[in-house]
Design a protein around this ligand. Sequence first.
Ligand code: UD1
Ligand code: UDP
Length: 384
Amino acid sequence: MIKLLTIIGARPQIIKAAALSRAIKNKFADKIQEVIVHTGQHYDENMSQVFFNELDIPHPNYNLNVGSGSHGKQTASMMEGIEEILLKEKPNGIVLYGDTNSTLAAAIAASKIQIPIIHIEAGLRSFNKSMPEEINRIVCDHVSTLLFSPTKSGYTNLLKEGFKDNNQPPYTFDNPKIYHCGDIMYDNSLHFSKIAEQKTTILKDNDLQQGNFILATIHRNNNTDEPLRLNALFNAMNRISTENKIKIILPLHPRTAKLLVQHLSSELYHTIKTHEYIKILSPVSFLEMIALEKNAQLVMTDSGGVQKEAFFFHTPCIILRSETEWVELVNCGSAKIADADEIKITDAYKHFTSMKNLQFPDLFGDGNAAEFICGEILKLTKFE
Ligand code: UD1
Ligand code: UDP
């Protein structure tokens, strides 16, 4: 039996963790013991607890309750708490997801006390170091022992950064192993897709039918914190929804919700708040999100996860950033980068509403990435 310690903290990591916990429960319960640590980076009921209830994720063994704060303060208090737990639990390895401050804190804490790091979603790059996540993912990859990339481009990025593709075990910090293994969020989307249709009422509650609404999300710091960009995004949504008489459903991250009144011009703020077609919701559950993504005419988002889920459900996507880590989506034509640029966004909308036969090739594995990852962890790592 090996002990894995899993770190979660932000919304997307909690959702991702469901895939590995499910694989452990179904196939590896006699071989892997999972200890879950929630850093408390996200803490509102609809940013955290809702996912445990809905996705059958084990209750965390620890919650550090760090809450919000500046990058340095938040990361430092996570590191302190994680180090203490690692010294007590002495796990054989630590599982880290993605690129948040929770990922970074755990990567630094674990590497300094020589606990092997398993990084899931390794290799993704925006090539834009003004993004806090880019720093987090680069640091985490470079102190990891097993690196699981969901995409071919992520794997190639790792090779370019000096990782080897034919090195032999034993794998260590100094001899890390990289994989291209498919996406655990594809596993989750397939697994929860049917359940989402049966269990949610969000479409009915909001009078939505397939194809008669746009789903939008905005939370990226350079969009929320820069008034010019935030105004451009809401101007674009105002224009598209009014001109096309189409509803926009906007489950809003608390970060964005707090900044709307501060950063939108007072006229635009009033327009949005009283809009006939734009409906702002509190963050929704993952099952509700799947129902929205599956049925939307189109998705507009700056979220990494939402871009990809749109693709999984064959919905075109306008990316509200100047670049993406998920380059495959853009390369196959099902997503378009439009930045926070009103003209590019409205043009992209026209493009997708006049396009037929978009391509959504199988790029993200076969829905069993989490089982593959567990198998490799057991097979290849000499933990002791
Ligand atoms: C974080 C991640 C980002 C990820 C996102 C997923 C970092 C650097 N960023 O960004 O990569 O895409 O999570 O959602 O780790 N807040 C609440 N309630 C909560 C959580 C946050 O009100 O439960 C508000 C607080 O005002 C907080 C702000 O949102 O200051 C930002 O939260 P934070 O976790 O620092 O960053 P995110 O923008 O959520
Ligand atoms: N999500 C959700 N409810 C929402 C918005 C997003 O369940 O109201 C899910 C979404 O389906 C995806 C994940 O949260 O699985 C993405 O998280 P987010 O957009 O916060 O972060 P990112 O993926 O950009 O890091």
